[in-house]
Design a protein around this ligand. Structure first.
Ligand SMILES: Cc1cc2nc3c(=O)[nH]c(=O)nc-3n(C[C@H](O)[C@H](O)[C@H](O)COP(=O)(O)O)c2cc1C
Length: 229
């Protein structure tokens, strides 16, 4: 079992990275092979909406997104962490999400993977919501989320979390849940149902209506019988 943890904080050794690493440590103790990626130090261009991925199935930009994507696609589980910046996920996380959106969302390429969302803020407001949004990004791309955790830093320049012991113990429990979900290939029936009712019919309709514009996607859907010819 391989788990990739990605910290999208501007601070390599800040509390977001500390919490992501804590989850990875617990997973490693359980027997998982883990990899930590600090995305803050990477060169990540913005998505330019060129739609190359929708016509070719790959991102045209050759920067540090490519090795991150490779790690993500090879992983069974993802631990995705962001600080709360301006009441939202970091621009680094958002860039990764935007670069992944058309590439992984339409093709459901995270199917079979499980994720945890982690967010760390200066206070609670919106922090838990950010953690959930991050986790749901994996669900949008065909995977499941096993849980999410919002935590609060004592101060910006302090490498401690409020109620750190309690937070770390919640992080450990989430790691155990992720491990168990992956090990048992747990079907999250509700997550699957919501996606099936609210997302997939609309997306399939878009692909059908744009079959001449996106033949790659259309054939992808036909091959998988997500659409009838
Ligand atoms: C640009 C910037 C914007 C921030 N905006 C918020 C915010 O809106 N809400 C919040 O709770 N904390 C905010 N913070 C505080 C950080 O979320 C907090 O310090 C967190 O620990 C940062 O993660 P790090 O320890 O990984 O660097 C902000 C920090 C920075 C640098």
């Amino acid at each position: 079992m391989k788990i990739v943890g990605i910290s999208t904080s501007a601070r390599e050794k800040g509390n977001t990275s500390r919490l992501v690493r804590r989850v990875l440590e617990r997973l490693a103790a359980l027997g998982a092979q883990t990899e930590f990626v600090w995305a803050g130090g990477k060169t990540l261009e913005y998505c330019t909406a060129c739609e190359y991925c929708m016509t070719h199935g790959a991102c045209i930009k050759k920067d540090d997104y490519q090795p991150i994507l490779k790690s993500v696609l090879e992983a069974d589980g993802l631990v995705l962490g962001s600080p709360n910046y301006a009441f939202q996920m970091s621009a680094i996380m958002k860039t990764i999400y935007e670069r992944s959106h058309c590439l992984l969302y339409y093709t459901r390429q995270l199917a079979g993977k499980y994720a945890l969302g982690i967010a760390v803020g200066g206070h609670r407001f919106e922090t838990g919501k950010i953690a959930k949004t991050i986790a749901q990004g994996v669900w949008l791309c065909g995977g499941y989320y096993s849980g999410y955790l919002g935590a609060v830093s004592v101060r910006r320049d302090d490498l401690r979390l409020v109620d750190e012991d309690k937070t770390f113990s919640r992080a450990d429990k989430l790691a155990e849940k992720l491990f168990s979900d992956i090990k048992n290939s747990r079907p999250h029936r509700l997550q699957r149902l919501i996606r099936k009712i609210f997302l997939y019919p609309q997306v399939a309709g878009m692909v059908r209506n744009n079959k001449d514009k996106y033949p790659y996607l259309y054939n992808f859907y036909l091959d998988r019988k997500w659409l009838k010819g």
